[in-house]
Ligand binder design. Structure first.
Ligand code: SF4
Ligand code: SF4
Length: 112
C-alpha cells in the first residue's frame, strides 16, 4: 500500500507535499535536475510510510491511497514506478558525487 499522486498535480507542482514528507519519497524535488521536465511529482511507493502527511497540504487534492484512487485516475497507480526511478536516479547522482569527492581528495588514488 502506498500513496499516489494523480492528475491534478500536473501543472501545479508546488512541492508542498515534498516539504512535509518525513520519508523524502516524493520526487523530483526542486533541487533535482528532473524537476523542470517532470509533468508532475511522483511518490516512491517503496519508501512511502503511508503517514498521510502529504494529503492535507496538497492544494488540488491530488494525493490518494492507491486503493482509493478515483476510477478515472487509476492509471496513476502505475506512476509509482516513476517515483522509484526518480528516487534511484537521485541516489545514483549522490553516489557519483561522493566518488568524485573521494578521487579529488586523493582517498582513492591507490586504485588508479
Ligand atoms: S504518505 Fe507520508 S511518507 Fe508517503 S508520500 Fe505522503 S508524506 Fe511521504
Ligand atoms: S502538493 Fe499536490 S499539487 Fe503540490 S506538488 Fe504535491 S501533489 Fe503536486
Amino acid at each position: 500500500m502506498a500513496y499516489v499522486i494523480a492528475e491534478p498535480c500536473i501543472g501545479v507542482k508546488d512541492t508542498a507535499c515534498v516539504d512535509v514528507c518525513p520519508a523524502d519519497c516524493i520526487h523530483p524535488r526542486k533541487d533535482e535536475s528532473a524537476f523542470e521536465a517532470a509533468a508532475q511529482l511522483y511518490i516512491d511507493g517503496e519508501n512511502c510510510i503511508c503517514c498521510g502527511a502529504c494529503v492535507p497540504v496538497c492544494p488540488v487534492s491530488a494525493i490518494y491511497l492507491e486503493e482509493e484512487l478515483p476510477g478515472k485516475w487509476k492509471k496513476y497507480a502505475q506512476e509509482i514506478g516513476n517515483g522509484m526511478w526518480l528516487s534511484a536516479k537521485a541516489s545514483c547522482k549522490l553516489l557519483i558525487i561522493k566518488v568524485l569527492c573521494l578521487i579529488s581528495t586523493g582517498v582513492l588514488r591507490g586504485w588508479y
